[in-house]
Design a protein around this ligand. Sequence first.
Ligand SMILES: *[C@@H]1O[C@H](CO)[C@@H](O)[C@H](O)[C@H]1NC(C)=O
Ligand SMILES: *[C@@H]1O[C@H](CO)[C@@H](O)[C@H](O)[C@H]1NC(C)=O
Ligand SMILES: *[C@@H]1O[C@H](CO)[C@@H](O)[C@H](O)[C@H]1NC(C)=O
Ligand SMILES: *[C@@H]1O[C@H](CO)[C@@H](O)[C@H](O)[C@H]1NC(C)=O
Ligand SMILES: *[C@@H]1O[C@H](CO)[C@@H](O)[C@H](O)[C@H]1NC(C)=O
Ligand SMILES: *[C@@H]1O[C@H](CO)[C@@H](O)[C@H](O)[C@H]1NC(C)=O
Ligand SMILES: *[C@@H]1O[C@H](CO)[C@@H](O)[C@H](O)[C@H]1NC(C)=O
Ligand SMILES: *[C@@H]1O[C@H](CO)[C@@H](O)[C@H](O)[C@H]1NC(C)=O
Ligand SMILES: *[C@@H]1O[C@H](CO)[C@@H](O)[C@H](O)[C@H]1NC(C)=O
Ligand SMILES: *[C@@H]1O[C@H](CO)[C@@H](O)[C@H](O)[C@H]1NC(C)=O
Ligand SMILES: *[C@@H]1O[C@H](CO)[C@@H](O)[C@H](O)[C@H]1NC(C)=O
Ligand SMILES: *[C@@H]1O[C@H](CO)[C@@H](O)[C@H](O)[C@H]1NC(C)=O
Length: 516
Amino acid sequence: MELTLAPLSWRGLLLAASLLTYWNSPATAQVTLEAVPPDVAEGANVLLQVHNLTEKSLVFYWYKGKVENPSNEITRFVVSTSTTILGPAHSGRETIYHNGSLLFQNVTQNDTGTYLLHMILENFDNEKASVQFHVHQPLSKPRITTNNSNPMEGEDSVALTCEPKTQKTTYLWRINNQSLSEDDRLKLSEDNTTLTLFTVVRTDTGPYECETRNLVSDSRSDPFTLNITYGPDVPIISPSNTHFQTRTNLSLSCHTASNPPAQYSWSVNGELRASSQELFILNISTNNSGSYTCLVYNSVTGLNRTTVKNITVLEAVTLPIIQVINTTVKELESVNLTCSSEDTGISIRWLFNGQSLALKGRMKLSNNNSTLSIDPVRREDSGEYQCEVSNPVSTKRSNPIQLDIIADPTLGSSGLSVGAIAGIVVGSVAGVALIAALVYFLYFRKTGRGTDQRDLTEHKPSASNHNLGPSDNSPNKVDEVTYSILDFTARQPKPTASATPSPRATEAVYSEVKKK
Ligand SMILES: *[C@@H]1O[C@H](CO)[C@@H](O)[C@H](O)[C@H]1NC(C)=O
Ligand SMILES: *[C@@H]1O[C@H](CO)[C@@H](O)[C@H](O)[C@H]1NC(C)=O
Ligand SMILES: *[C@@H]1O[C@H](CO)[C@@H](O)[C@H](O)[C@H]1NC(C)=O
Ligand SMILES: *[C@@H]1O[C@H](CO)[C@@H](O)[C@H](O)[C@H]1NC(C)=O
Ligand SMILES: *[C@@H]1O[C@H](CO)[C@@H](O)[C@H](O)[C@H]1NC(C)=O
Ligand SMILES: *[C@@H]1O[C@H](CO)[C@@H](O)[C@H](O)[C@H]1NC(C)=O
Ligand SMILES: *[C@@H]1O[C@H](CO)[C@@H](O)[C@H](O)[C@H]1NC(C)=O
Ligand SMILES: *[C@@H]1O[C@H](CO)[C@@H](O)[C@H](O)[C@H]1NC(C)=O
Ligand SMILES: *[C@@H]1O[C@H](CO)[C@@H](O)[C@H](O)[C@H]1NC(C)=O
Ligand SMILES: *[C@@H]1O[C@H](CO)[C@@H](O)[C@H](O)[C@H]1NC(C)=O
Ligand SMILES: *[C@@H]1O[C@H](CO)[C@@H](O)[C@H](O)[C@H]1NC(C)=O
Ligand SMILES: *[C@@H]1O[C@H](CO)[C@@H](O)[C@H](O)[C@H]1NC(C)=O
């Protein structure tokens, strides 16, 4: 139940007198007050709590201000009757509880201040305590302003200000979403409301954000970017090649950093060709060789820059041809391969069996790599040779030529290892020996003439250890015995062809048989 109390009643006066009487009596309880929260945003609530109330209280009086002035009474609560009485300072937003705590709802700026609680305890002691709270305006969204919206790179300094300026407010800045670190070119004012950028560069563009904080709220500005005028830089022409092939289309592009964007133009050999960033020329010929200039211009800075590119238009190379006197070369002799091309300004590369030729000590390149000399040749040099000619715009490979390195029979086995010879001969002879054996067997059976196995073994190759003749004692390994070359191919087609290590176009298979 609530009673309205206009002027102080007669009873109230009596009570007030009695309170004064007991004013100085020492408090038995250490009552403390607490505002929850002590800093409150406008429109929010705050509760003034009464703590450590050890003695029972009969009446609670709440006053606005530091002194107990009847006109400042907000409300009182009489415990015995559970009666709430509103005072002249009640705004309609305050509520008192049974435990003496006072709730403020929807606080305003005017609520900021000190509040006094007066209690009459059961022992008629008077207890007083006070508490204060602050009502803060929630921060409005700040905004960034600048004293120069169009600064020039390398020249102008710029002041950015975060507005509005309010009391008890912290200002924080962010650049490119990073918290700001001060340096030589960047200074904050003492209250952080102004950020000064000395002699701006293009990377100072931003975005900038300003954040404001007070005890009850925080707020952030919209991102702000500086329109810094700069450039143009020296332009870059792409692609970077300087050589182009005839009968293709030439497409060049120019680029520069500039704010506002640069105006582009192209000139060829000093004559204006295009007022655009791209230059396109269809179906170029060698006449299109020359110096190509890209000019860029910034109308605000009034600066221009150029880049010159010297372009050479070339015909594609023609197919080269390999010239050689004889593609069949005896081992240990020499051979010269010549790469013949009609083109100039070319480079030449040699390929062996499709791979880049690995130059050995026996090989030599001369005449700008057009001649490949191999001296002496070896079996392993047999294979396909190609030469490749290139100019900066094209590359062509000759048709392959097959070089065959053959053993020189007059040199015998000297060019090869005993093992290699043995392999070749054993392979070739295997079939021959078989046939020979058969022929002998048939012949002797027919004639009745006997023979022993020794005759057969004597058909084995001389490179083996089956050398029975007296001349086999010679210290060098060249056999001095005479050989007859028997061609078995006519009688026995290809019985041993697969066993020959270097199959050749000719079907002839040779075997060395010692002549007795
Ligand atoms: C209540 O009183 C005791 C003793 O005086 C003190 O230690 C305690 O801190 C007080 N509590 C509050 C919330 O003030
Ligand atoms: C007093 O009562 C109110 C409402 O019931 C409660 O919110 C508050 O916590 C109480 N205070 C104390 C100190 O108990
Ligand atoms: C808070 O008070 C303001 C005026 O002071 C009023 O406009 C508003 O409606 C109130 N809000 C609530 C929730 O009572
Ligand atoms: C705050 O108090 C002042 C004077 O004390 C008064 O003029 C003003 O109207 C009050 N404002 C509110 C919102 O109560
Ligand atoms: C902007 O402020 C900076 C720093 O205070 C100052 O150097 C500059 O001259 C000012 N620019 C203009 C256009 O006022
Ligand atoms: C100013 O900003 C810096 C961070 O950039 C911060 O550390 C400092 O406390 C701020 N000072 C004030 C007065 O707001
Ligand atoms: C930046 O400034 C230039 C003038 O220097 C102006 O032409 C351009 O429109 C501005 N750009 C923006 C995004 O405001
Ligand atoms: C480029 O700048 C130079 C000197 O700065 C000037 O002489 C020339 O006329 C300018 N050219 C153009 C196309 O603006
Ligand atoms: C381009 O060619 C001209 C002469 O034709 C020469 O003076 C200039 O140095 C060349 N520039 C480059 C980048 O090669
Ligand atoms: C190539 O050389 C081989 C071996 O010296 C020889 O047998 C052949 O007759 C030569 N061919 C020509 C066309 O000279
Ligand atoms: C290969 O050319 C060299 C000179 O480059 C010459 O001395 C040599 O005799 C030539 N060899 C052959 C087999 O033609
Ligand atoms: C010759 O060939 C070698 C390796 O194959 C290469 O490094 C060199 O540049 C070539 N020289 C010419 C003139 O083509």
